[in-house]
Ligand binder design. Sequence first.
Ligand SMILES: Nc1ncnc2c1ncn2[C@@H]1O[C@H](COP(=O)(O)OP(=O)(O)OP(=O)(O)O)[C@@H](O)[C@H]1O
Length: 377
Amino acid sequence: MIGLRGVRKTYGKVTALDDLELDVREGEFFCLLGPSGAGKTTTLKTVAGLELPDSGTVEIDGTDMRGVEPYDRGVAMCFESYALYPHRSVYDNLASPLRSPRYRVPPERARERIGEVAELLGISGLLDRPISQLSNGQRQRTALGRVLVRPARAFLLDEPLSHLDAKLRQQMRAELKAIGAVRRTTTLYVTHDSVEALALGDRIGVIRDGRIVQTGTREEIWYQPYDTEVARAFGRPRINLLPGTVTGGGFRSVDGKVELPLPAGAALPAQTNPPAQTSPPARVKEGTDVLVGIRPRDLALRGPGHDLTGTVYVSEVLGRSVEVTVRLGEQHVSLVAPRADAAGLRPDDPVRVTVRPESLLLFEADRPQCPGRRITP
Ligand SMILES: Nc1ncnc2c1ncn2[C@@H]1O[C@H](COP(=O)(O)OP(=O)(O)OP(=O)(O)O)[C@@H](O)[C@H]1O
């Protein structure tokens, strides 16, 4: 269990962590997702004790870590820039944590552990090679292995798959959670890759400017994103966000060409510049500027739902499905359809698209530096 309470960390004028609150539950695989500079690495270092917060507290298994040295915190951390012994073999590097006085295990047991981890990380064939003769991806897997071989209260992993090519990365993603130690151990995993976060995280915390904007399961983050920026961060192609206003009957786009039904109800949000993690506004008044969010997979070229008419702008085959960009009035929206539905579509062809109103997301309009919050129906 890891808890950060009101953690603040500044470097000169830069605020890396801004009263950060975070709870990682016992045994959970928690993904911290955010763009570059959001404070992800600083969060990990603060938990590890490599950085000390200016204020706030870090707890591990309920114990306040103030005054506890990194080595005594019982966490194992893997950095993106990994420190391995270059002239020693992969085996020796993996074995080194198990030789330290605290984690020493009998050689037979060490061999077993190293074997399991190396197998799952796909480096069993490299155990005799010196690190200096490995590719970056192999080094990164060795560094990850070295963290996972020894028991820890928590694993802190900083983009541990970033140097792997796409295929290996996908494969490792699947294997990582199968490693016994990972299954049993609380893991805080940092990434800027939303696909990785969705694939791995039991829960995901979205960090922005040193604060947690939203914490939730993949379903919560997907179906109830806190604001437009969270919605944009998840899903490729990206969510479509159409600007417009709330009318008596629903939504009308800025150019007046797209009308959509919205769930009943209206009332303006109580506050306009909220601190992170306040509950979203419940309803909106007629005339309010909003953005309607439609995921590309929620738009279809056939099937039930509300009809919209437009013209094909461009289409691109993505394996078994096709991404079609459709011009709706002055807006472009992307949709992903089965190949059979999109066969024969040419640019400028008239096209009918359907959307089920229950899949629509409604947001306040974006303002400078302030992404619009989701409005709950
Ligand atoms: N040692 C340092 N000295 C000065 N500024 C720092 C230091 N470490 C981090 N920062 C600043 O703190 C902020 C948060 O950095 P951090 O490394 O935690 O972000 P991150 O989310 O891990 O980014 P990335 O994905 O690029 O690694 C950034 O603005 C960064 O420039």
